[in-house]
Structure formats: structure tokens, C-alpha cells
Design a protein around this ligand. Structure first.
Ligand code: AMP
Length: 539
């Protein structure tokens, strides 16, 4: 009996070749020096086969975890899809991560292999003795192996066959692993399965609106879920040509790229759009953006001003989409054929059933504010938090998955985002755990207590604000403030680095000694707290 093959690696490469797209450009890689290199689906198929064979040669078995720790680069895509072909669990680490962030992911998942480059390997070397399960490291920018367990990408690939028999993969087979930060505890490893492909393909077609002749550009880094679900899987499973750019934000470079490469579908984030909005409108007159048909946004609320700017300056609508690491694919969105209501995330997609639920688990009606929930069972739903089944179970109530977001629904079924129900900070689309920042600050000998909150920010949506109480005998100086910032950046990432730090005499705590972030936030915002007894219960 033949079974359908759900293997994501196969769908994004070999299947496209079978469909006659072997010679079609899968990826136009544009480096930081603006040099372009094209990779056809055939190239992608052969190199991912080589990587899968290289893994087998190294004794990496199906079900084992491996990570890439790379800036945007062609090897990242090859390693990701090649390891999925081999039915390994593959994760991507944001190249800006610091030592603690790395240990919390590579260590906790017991990953056996890491693909990185020389400059980033220095961070790993420092903590490698704390990663006993990590058997091998592959460096993409060395020609010869450094040792028996620090290997050269090019040597391994040169010795690996471009033919690989991709297994017929069951849809429930684990696939992609992304860590996400919560308001308490360590980051959680969100584990997906090959079945996610179904929703990622459908949404890339119906929400991103991808068609065969499109040139598509997703600006998200592969370290986050958008970068894999919509920077790899969705578009390539449809055989679409993607542009990937190794450089960072620059308004002129971005517009030039869209014009020159004839980008027709563009998926980006509100912070980037707000940065573009701040540029002189005349800049956009210099570029011919006529090929650009469809713009989508994800990661943070999309303010109505940005939609107005898009219409007036670019002459385009911007479609807000909502999803999260756990949902694997877009769940709620604006999309072609639906009228945009500026400020709303849109309507649940297809068979996705969303609801607004009270804290006691009852479903609320139109207009009521509550927890944004989803009925379990969509194809790209995560299967667990790796090695943390109890945290996974705690996300469900009465058959609903609790997203952690607060929202309300209007009479036509459009959803409106209100904020998080927890203390997680969303800074330029990246979730930051206040707990992790507090813990990093506490590692410094000067810091006795710390409390970290999200504060509103016009550009980043939210910024990280820290309150610290020093040990007796220490003085709060600009040098100490800089030291705290650098420490958080080195331990976690520059995204988590506090934008503002305040010294306080004492931090507000509840009866059980827990720091009350909500009180800190109200004080920061200059709000009157009134009776805080109920707040204590919610902490
Ligand atoms: P992550 O799991 O890191 O992708 O972050 C997901 C979270 O980002 C969601 O739970 C929301 O809080 C936020 N988010 C994502 N998309 C949107 C959106 N379109 N509007 C508002 N918040 C969003």
C-alpha cells in the first residue's frame, strides 16, 4: 500500500523537480555585498540530499536533534531541509544568541550536532563542557576539519552523494523545533511535526497569495518561526522563487531590492514598516514598485497609520496576519478577498476555529475581551514542549488551546488584538522573557533584585525596561548601567537588552515574595494602582 509522503524536505525540493521545476530558481541569494547567486530546485534537491547523506555518515540517526546557529546564509536552508529529509528534528538558533540562551536550547534539547561558522563557534566553545550531548560541530567557513569533532562543511559535502532516498515520512513524525520564551521559567522547545506542511502550504497560497510566477521575499530571520514556516516551507512547497537577503534593514537597499528583483509578494514586520514610514515619502517616488502585488505583516500589532501609509505612499494595502511559534502557521489574517479593517488581525483562516474565552473557560460573545483561544486539531499545531509535557498540557482548557494573547471579536468575526495575558515582552516581534532578563541581571555581583517589564514603544511596539535594587555598598553609575546592558546582551541576546534601567530602593512584592511586575508597570506608566489585592492573586 502506498502512503503519501509528508516529508517537508522532499516537498520543498525533490517533489518540485518531479513537477518539472528542477531548472527553476528556488532561491536568489543576495549577500551583504549585494552579490547574487541563484540556486535552482535541482541544486536545492542535490545539496539537501548531500547533507542528509553526510548526517548518515556521521552516525546521526532519525529523531535526533540538531541546530543551525547561523546568520542568514545559503547553508542554513540546506541544513534545515537536509536534516528534515533524514527525519531528524531540526532547530534554528538566532545568530545573536548569547551563552545562556544557547545552553538553554542546545543543552535542554540534548542536540547532537550544530552547524555554525567560525566567529559564532567561539560562543559555543566557551560553554561546550556544559553541552555533553553535543557530539559534533560543522563549520561552514573552514576548508579542513579542525579536529575529530569540529568538521568542515565543504569537506563533508564534497564527500557526500547527491542521491538520497527520502523516507516515506509519516505526518506525525517530529520535524522542526523552535524555542519560545515565557514569562516564567526557561524557554520552551516548541516541537512540530511534518504534517504542519499542510497548513503552511495552504496559508502561503491563500493568505500570502503566492502564485507560480511570483518572486517572494520574507524578511524574517530563520531563527524565528516566520523564517522557517514562511521563509522556507510554505513557499518552497509551492515551488515559488524566493529572494533571501543577508543584509539588515536599510530603506534604500530594501526598495532597490524590491525593484531590481521584481519582488511581487513581500512578508515583513510592523517594526520594519514603521521604520520605513519614518523615511521621507519622496524616497519611494524614486523606485518602481509596480511588480509588488501583495504585502503582509506579522509579529506585532499593525497600527492603522501603517496601513494608511502603505495606501498613500506605496499605493498598496498591507495585510496583517497573526500566528505564533506554537501554531506553526497563520491562524487569523486579513487576506485577498476580505475587506481590511485597519487595526484588526482579520478572520480565522479556513477550518481554524478561534474563540474569546473567559478565565473560567467559558466562551465569550461579540465585543467581550478575553483570552484568544483556538480549538485544538489544526494541522500545524505543535505536538509538545520538548521534555516539558506538563507545560504543554497547561496550555489547554476545555478543548481550547490558550494562546496567551488577549483579544475581542466584532460582529463580523474580525479579531482585534489587545495584548498578552502574561508578562512576556514583544519587542519588534521578538518575544523576550522578563524572567530570563531578571535572572541575567541577578548574575552581576552588584544586583540584589531585579524586575523587568514591557513598556510601550512607538517604534518597537514594546521595549524592555528593568528595575534594579543594588546590594548595599554599590553605587549606581553609568559604567554599571553599561555593564548590565552588555551582560544581558552576552547572556541572552541584543534583543533582550533593556532599553531603560532604573535603580530602585526596593521592588514591590506580593505576600509570597514574588516581584509584582504589574505594579512596576503601573508606576512606570504613572498610573494609580489603587487596591492591589486582586493583582497579588494574578501574579
Ligand atoms: P512568536 O511565538 O515568537 O512568533 O510570537 C507570537 C506572539 O507575537 C503572539 O502570541 C502575539 O502576542 C504576537 N503577534 C504575532 N502576530 C501578531 C499580530 N499580527 N498582531 C498582534 N500580535 C501578534
Amino acid at each position: 500500500m502506498s502512503m503519501e509522503n509528508f516529508n517537508i524536505g522532499y516537498h520543498c525540493t525533490g517533489k518540485q523537480c518531479e513537477l518539472g521545476r528542477g531548472g527553476k530558481v528556488a532561491m536568489r541569494w543576495i549577500g551583504t555585498d549585494f552579490e547574487r547567486r541563484d540556486y535552482t530546485f535541482d541544486d536545492l534537491n542535490r545539496t539537501t540530499n548531500q547533507f542528509a547523506n553526510a548526517l548518515a555518515g556521521l552516525g546521526v540517526r532519525r529523531g535526533e536533534v540538531l541546530f543551525t546557529f547561523l546568520p542568514k546564509s545559503p547553508e542554513q536552508f540546506v541544513a534545515f531541509l537536509g536534516s528534515l529529509k533524514a527525519e531528524c528534528i531540526t532547530g534554528t538558533l538566532f545568530s545573536n544568541f548569547g551563552e545562556d540562551a544557547l545552553i538553554d536550547r542546545i543543552g535542554a534539547s540534548e542536540a547532537c550536532l550544530l552547524v555554525t561558522r567560525k566567529s559564532l563557534y567561539r560562543k559555543i566553545e566557551k560553554v561546550r563542557d556544559r553541552l555533553p550531548a553535543l557530539r559534533m560541530v560543522i563549520l561552514t567557513d573552514i576548508q579542513e576539519d579542525l579536529s575529530t569533532d569540529v568538521l568542515s562543511w565543504s569537506r563533508l559535502m564534497a564527500g557526500a552523494s547527491p542521491d538520497f532516498a527520502v523516507p516515506v515520512t509519516d505526518p506525525e513524525t517530529p520535524s522542526v523545533l523552535h524555542y519560545t520564551s515565557g514569562s516564567t521559567g526557561k524557554p520552551k522547545g516548541v516541537l512540530h511535526r511534518h504534517r504542519s506542511l499542510v497548513k503552511q502550504t495552504q496559508t502561503a497560497r491563500d493568505i500570502l497569495g503566492l502564485r507560480d510566477d511570483d518572486i517572494y521575499w520574507c524578511t524574517a530571520d530563520q531563527g524565528w518561526v516566520t523564517g522557517t514556516s514562511y521563509g522556507i516551507i510554505g513557499p518552497w512547497s509551492l515551488g515559488i522563487t524566493q529572494v533571501h537577503f543577508g543584509g539588515g534593514y536599510d530603506a534604500r537597499n530594501w526598495m532597490e531590492l524590491i525593484e531590481r528583483e521584481k519582488v511581487s509578494v513581500w512578508y515583513t514586520a510592523p517594526t520594519a514598516l514603521r521604520m520605513l514610514l519614518r523615511e521621507e515619502a519622496s524616497l519611494y517616488g524614486e523606485f518602481n514598485l509596480k511588480e509588488l502585488r501583495h504585502i503582509c505583516s506579522v509579529g506585532e500589532p499593525l497600527n492603522p497609520e501603517v496601513i494608511t501609509w502603505g495606501r498613500e505612499v506605496l499605493g498598496k494595502d498591507i495585510f496583517d496576519t497573526w500566528f505564533q511559534t506554537e501554531t506553526g502557521a497563520i491562524m487569523i489574517s486579513n487576506r485577498p478577498g476580505l475587506a481590511i479593517r485597519p487595526g484588526s488581525m482579520g478572520i480565522p483562516y479556513g477550518d481554524v476555529k478561534a474563540g474569546v474565552i473567559a478565565d473560567d473557560g467559558t466562551e465569550l460573545g461579540v465585543g467581550a475581551q478575553g483570552n484568544l483561544c483556538l480549538r485544538s486539531g489544526w494541522e500545524s499545531m505543535f505536538i509538545t514542549y520538548l521534555k516539558n509535557e506538563s507545560a504543554y498540557q497547561s496550555k489547554f482548557r476545555n478543548g481550547w488551546y490558550m494562546t496567551g494573547d488577549m483579544a475581542w471579536r466584532d460582529e463580523d468575526g474580525y479579531y482585534w488584538f489587545l495584548g498578552r495575558s502574561d508578562d512576556v515582552i514583544n519587542t519588534s516581534g521578538h518575544l523576550v522573557s522578563p524572567f530570563e532578563v531578571e535572572s541575567a541581571l541577578l548574575e552581576l555581583p552588584e544586583v540584589a533584585e531585579s524586575g523587568v517589564i514591557a513598556a510601550p514603544d512607538e517604534l518597537l511596539f514594546e521595549k524592555v525596561v528593568a528595575f534594579v535594587q543594588l546590594h548595599a555598598g554599590f553605587e549606581y553609575t553609568p559604567e554599571l548601567e553599561l555593564k548590565m546592558r552588555i551582560h544581558v546582551a552576552n547572556r541572552l541576546s541584543s534583543v533582550a537588552t533593556p532599553q531603560e534601567i532604573f535603580q530602585v530602593e526596593a521592588l514591590p512584592k506580593n505576600k509570597s515574595g514574588k516581584i509584582m511586575r504589574r505594579v512596576l508597570k503601573a508606576r512606570y506608566l504613572g498610573e494609580e494602582m489603587g487596591d492591589i489585592s486582586t493583582l497579588e492573586e494574578r501574579q
